[in-house]
Design a protein around this ligand. Structure first.
Ligand code: VJV
Ligand code: CA
Ligand code: ZN
Length: 391
């Protein structure tokens, strides 16, 4: 295959479902599924669709989703409607038990609203991750992408943090049918708690999350560096907590040595990466200071191991930033350089504030609360934990 700056080109499969763009978490909700449509429009305008095979798939079935989720919860996801929820009867009660809906009547700032078309939405984004995993299992693709997936907080029997179905866990189960060990890497600014918990005692899945851990930051009390997994999974959960304001240099000072060590001691046969864009500078929820180049460098680094690689989306609340980021990471996956100037396309007005450039400048004058002392301490604890897995 053809050579390029990031090594040989890869066979890339890409999932995009137009049925997801119109999903509405509610007016003013921070989660905007249209950002995936914006990323897709950018990817198309750069001509990247010609470098990838398009994954066509049916939405995931209830049985596939039930490979991880509780049946009662799946039933609720299937049945709940905004109207049924608003009626305040049995369904409202059931929904609340699964963390779907407002806890106070008229509370519009609810994380997991009973949105219109909820079940269809879940089936589509989970179907994408499942099809992507299957393309890796069959060998049809070396890298498979689903930017609408990566909803890492969903639990077996409850919604959490804008996530209803945990497509990542479902996809990893599929990969385990073929690959002996699967590595999960999560660069979303939030802790990947749903995935960590699902495989907390598994020797075959290692989970690594980099995340902000500051006062009251979601999910509170999770992702401490001391949380290393239990039973057969001991030392196979890796947590890298960060303070506010991490920049590219500081992030990579942790990411590269930690991931190199993880690869050495765990020796996975496939890698799943959650590429949440809320760790980027200027995010509406996150307080980190990564550039798109810095974020994508994580993808490039994991890609360099030449293993089957599943790339998923996740958070990302400044929509122009996250769409630009996922477009650039699609180019990185393919192994193609793309121009910084954003082509004329249907969403180009969203990029006016960044001069119609993909790589917008990181915020200036942001304090990096990750002192050398803090970073060195975190690094040494993580590295010491990993030495327990040395052969
Ligand atoms: O911090 C929380 C939980 C509360 C209770 C619910 N209220 C709304 C907020 C505080 C404790 N939730 C977080 C969830 C973050 C999920 C991140 C998901 C991912 O990126 O990791 C993967 C996709 C949170 N932070 C900010 C908000 N919720 C938030 C939600 C809104 C909102 C403003 C902020 C929902 C609706 C509206 N505004 C209108
Ligand atoms: Ca994370
Ligand atoms: Zn997040």
């Amino acid at each position: 295959s053809q050579s390029c700056p990031d090594g040989p080109k890869r066979r890339v499969c890409y999932y995009y479902d137009r049925g997801i763009a119109g999903v509405d978490y509610g007016e003013d909700h921070v989660m905007v599924p249209r950002r995936v449509d914006m990323a897709h429009a950018l990817i198309r305008s750069y001509g990247l669709l010609g470098d990838m095979a398009r994954l066509r798939t049916r939405p995931a079935t209830a049985d596939e989703i039930s490979s991880f989720h509780d049946e009662g919860y799946v039933g609720l996801l299937r049945d709940v409607t905004p109207e049924g929820f608003a009626a305040g009867g049995e369904m409202t009660h059931a929904a609340k038990g699964f963390n779907v809906g407002a806890f106070a009547k008229d509370d519009r700032s609810v994380d997991n609203p009973p949105i219109a078309g909820l079940w269809d939405y879940c089936r589509r984004y989970a179907g994408g991750s499942l099809a992507a995993a299957r393309a890796l299992v069959s060998g049809e693709a070396e890298i498979a992408i689903n930017w609408s997936g990566g909803l890492h907080h969903a639990c077996r029997e409850r919604a959490s943090g804008f996530c209803y179905v945990n497509d990542i866990v479902v996809a990893i189960h599929e990969l385990l049918g073929r690959f002996r060990r699967v590595l999960y890497v999560d660069i979303d600014v939030h802790h990947g708690d749903g995935v960590e918990t699902a495989f907390i005692d598994s020797a075959r899945v290692m989970t690594v999350s980099f995340h902000q851990r500051t006062k009251n930051f979601f999910p509170d009390g999770k992702g401490l560096v001391e949380h290393v997994g239990v039973g057969d999974g001991q030392y196979r959960a890796v947590n890298v907590p960060l303070n506010e304001g991490m920049d590219d240099q500081g992030y990579h000072g942790l990411f590269r040595p930690i991931m190199a060590k993880v690869m050495e001691v765990f020796q996975p046969e496939a890698i799943v990466m959650q590429c949440g864009g809320d760790s980027l500078s200027g995010d509406r929820l996150g307080n980190q200071n990564l550039s798109i180049a810095g974020h994508a460098q994580c993808v490039r680094f994991m890609r360099s191991y030449n293993l089957p690689l599943l790339l998923l989306g996740g958070g990302g609340y400044t929509v122009n930033h996250v769409a630009a980021c996922w477009c650039y990471e699609t180019a990185v996956a393919i192994g193609k350089e793309i121009d910084d100037a954003i082509p004329v396309h249907c969403y180009d007005s969203y990029y006016r504030s960044q001069g119609y450039k993909l790589h917008y400048p990181v915020a200036k004058g942001i304090k990096n609360d990750n002192t050398d002392f803090h970073v060195t301490r975190t690094m040494s604890i993580v590295m010491r934990n990993l030495t327990h897995l040395e052969a």
